[in-house]
Design a protein around this ligand. Structure first.
Ligand SMILES: [Zn+2]
Length: 178
């Protein structure tokens, strides 16, 4: 099962793709499509942007600029690092692609080590991890902190196969008011 599940039919057409933001945010349950962190753990909603999964600045994808399902919710660092990057056809054919968690499960591509680092298990994971620096210091520290909280409370660690929002709420239930 994919991590994220998009709505079955797209919202009504808009003049500018940014008008889709509330619906995209909702589909991604306020989490980044790439590092999977929830807004509350990633500097809040002001730090989130709409990413064109297939970059609109590349001529072959220009027609997707306003395509709802090409819009992914992403934190600024992930979106900025991704930019207009897209694998060359030869790399893409060999499986070096940006992982699409609207289609893929997390555990088929990554294993989270006890120290919070993600270990790639596929070529797509290798490519995405390197391009988006998914083991950047901040992310690894947050994952480790989440593990420590789960361990202290005797509950399950966050399962990245599912959107993090509700799991994080449960993890912190009784500790903080959300
Ligand atoms: Zn991110």
């Amino acid at each position: 099962m994919a991590v994220f599940r998009r709505r079955e039919s797209p919202p009504s057409p808009v003049n500018h793709y940014s008008e889709y933001r509330p619906c995209v945010r909702d589909d991604f349950q306020e989490c980044c499509a790439y590092c999977l962190l929830h807004e509350d753990w990633a500097a809040g909603r002001e730090n989130f942007e709409l990413d064109h999964f297939r970059p609109k600045s590349l001529s072959q994808f220009a027609s997707l600029a306003k395509e709802f399902y090409n819009l992914y919710y992403a934190c600024h660092p992930c979106n900025h690092l991704k930019g207009s990057a897209w694998p060359e056809p030869s790399l893409e054919a060999a499986g070096y692609v940006f992982l699409d968690f609207c289609a893929e499960t997390f555990s088929s591509h990554f294993h989270e080590n006890a120290d919070g680092a993600w270990q790639p298990l596929s070529r797509g994971a290798e490519y995405t991890l390197e391009r988006l620096r998914l083991n950047r210091k901040h992310l690894v520290r947050i994952r480790l902190l989440l593990r420590e909280i789960a361990s202290a409370r005797g509950v399950q660690v966050v399962d990245w196969n599912l959107p993090a929002r509700d799991q994080l709420r449960e993890l912190l239930e009784g500790i903080v008011d959300s």
